[in-house]
Design a protein around this ligand. Structure first.
Ligand SMILES: [Cu+2]
Length: 317
């Protein structure tokens, strides 16, 4: 296995950063050790590798569909074949590498800035993957009339059975095959009541952060730091990672599991649903923290998803 990418690529934040989502959930939001996590973020290299979004007004917008519903068996096969192709090219592992580079500061487990960057960063990340998916799908299915989009996995629904046993990429950190998924509690994954709390009762979340706004409370719950009204942990994004288990439970290399993109498409869809009624405000980010490195776009350039080239076929919970 070639470990070359480790010499100049991913930076780790150090042993302070939890390795698994089980640990992330157990620790809770890191109010207590923000200073120790801040140092790695100072060395971030920003926005040098990607051009700005340019998209012809006439280019078709891809429709992201329900992995357990509207995403057809033909599309399920196309998705799997495209992922296998990306793995064979090494492109898939390269994409996982972006997530292994903790200097991008894109999770609340890294602190306050990470909390604010979580949604924008992962939206841009999914667009990068979706472009690659479409590039290889066009080669594999030249006659297809509709572009392939990332399906979304509604958390209240079962694990998409068509992905059972499908783990074609090696773990890029060590070259080994990923362990099997767990697909079971604990922790619970979000149910319909939890999702209603995330979207419609976000104001009950107490983030303990200075100057918090509605966006902060919402993303705090959606990422997985919130509480149910009875004071127990509110299952959301973090819990889905831990519920799937296997390599999805790893905070660094979780995109090795192809369900990662479906899980994050649901994060992105729920954000988009929330934005319909809460168009402002955004995250409390300033300066370079607003740039979703390693890409050049700022948070503000990622709000109109039609410009990013996709839409969801359902905008209801
Ligand atoms: Cu995630």
């Amino acid at each position: 296995m070639n470990h070359g990418h480790q010499t100049n690529g991913p930076q780790t934040i150090g042993h302070n950063h939890p390795e698994t989502f089980d640990e992330v959930i157990a620790r809770g939001f890191p109010h207590g050790h923000l200073d120790s996590l801040r140092k790695a973020n100072e060395s971030r290299v920003r926005g040098v590798t990607a051009p700005k979004f340019t998209r012809a007004a006439t280019a078709p917008v891809v429709t992201r569909k329900d992995a357990n519903g509207t995403f057809t068996p033909v599309e399920q096969t196309a998705y799997k074949n495209a992922v296998v192709q990306l793995v064979e090219e090494g492109k898939y592992q390269e994409l996982v590498g972006h997530h292994m580079d903790m200097s991008h500061n894109m999770h609340g487990s890294m602190g306050e800035v990470g909390l604010y960057r979580f949604l924008g960063w992962h939206r841009r990340y999914l667009v990068e993957f979706e472009r690659e998916l479409q590039r290889v799908d066009k080669i594999l299915r030249p006659a297809a009339t509709e572009k392939l989009g990332i399906p979304y996995w509604r958390w209240q629904d079962p694990f998409p059975a068509w992905l059972n046993g499908f783990l074609p990429s090696p773990d890029p950190s060590n070259g080994s095959s990923p362990p099997p998924r767990k697909n079971a509690a604990p922790p619970d994954k979000a149910n319909a009541t939890d999702i209603d709390i995330i979207l419609n009762q976000f104001a009950i979340q107490d983030t303990g952060l200075a100057g918090e706004n509605d966006y902060t409370k919402f993303t705090y719950g959606l990422e997985g730091w919130g509480l149910r009204p009875d004071g127990s942990s509110l299952p959301a994004h973090n819990h889905g990672h831990a519920w799937v288990g296997g390599i999805m439970n790893n905070t660094s290399v979780s995109p090795t599991d192809p369900v990662f993109w479906l899980h994050h498409a649901e994060v992105d869809r729920l954000w988009q649903i929330w934005r319909q009624t809460h168009p402002t405000p955004g995250p409390l980010l300033t300066g370079a923290d607003r740039i979703m490195d390693p890409w050049s776009e700022s948070y503000d350039g990622l709000l109109d998803i039609s410009v990013l080239g996709y839409a969801y076929d359902s905008m209801t919970i």
